[in-house]
Design a protein around this ligand. Structure first.
Ligand code: ZN
Length: 198
């Protein structure tokens, strides 16, 4: 599913927010991975709908993440073919943002985009209660097809060293979700999009 909030400028530049809605498919699995990221994306869209931004913001809920990033790979390829990928100024992916006990959000990207991760750390300090952990060396989520096409992309994900014990299991249910934490990551991403808007 793709939705675009129009910007106020004539520029073709846009930012993109990405989350996958598929799970690994076991019964009841998928509250943290990745209903949490999808809900966070929808809330981001709801809040930003009322706020004028210069750039357009595109919201991309993808599918098939758990099967080799199928949806993100397909869409990134389409954007590459159309040439639109060059107009993306910044991308945020959200995958597993709902399980946490230590208040740390991991910001994952590749080393050429460490400035974006540092910028988001500043945003976290300014606007949220989160602490950040920057991981340079992206792998395994929807940020990859965009990073591979030279788009500055950061994945926000729960601190992987203390990730949900129900990862890809039946017990990944809503009662395990830390809604305050997911809300703080949502705030971080909204603040980042607004402060990066130019
Ligand atoms: Zn996931």
């Amino acid at each position: 599913m793709i939705a675009t909030k129009a910007g106020t400028s004539d520029s073709k530049d846009f930012m993109i927010v990405i989350a996958h809605m598929d799970s690994v498919g076991k019964d009841f699995a998928g509250a943290d991975d990745n209903a949490s990221g999808t809900a966070s994306l929808l809330e981001t869209a709801r809040v930003l709908a009322k706020v004028p931004t210069k750039q357009s913001i595109r919201f991309f809920i993808t599918n098939g993440e758990e099967i080799n990033l199928l949806g993100a790979e397909d869409y990134a390829k389409k954007l590459e073919i159309s040439g639109d990928i060059k107009n993306i100024t910044f991308a945020i992916a959200m995958d597993m943002v709902g399980y946490n006990s230590n208040g740390i959000v991991e910001l994952e990207t590749n080393k050429e985009y460490d400035a974006a991760a540092n910028f988001m750390t500043k945003m976290a300090e300014t606007y949220t209660t989160l602490k950040t952990k920057i991981t340079l060396g992206a792998r395994g989520s929807d940020h990859i097809p965009f990073l591979n096409r030279a788009v500055e992309t950061v994945l926000t994900i729960e601190d992987w060293s203390t990730k949900t014990p129900c990862y890809h299991q039946k017990c990944d249910t809503p009662d395990t979700i830390n809604y305050v934490y997911a809300g703080e990551i949502t705030k971080l991403n909204i603040a980042t999009l607004l402060e990066k808007d130019h």
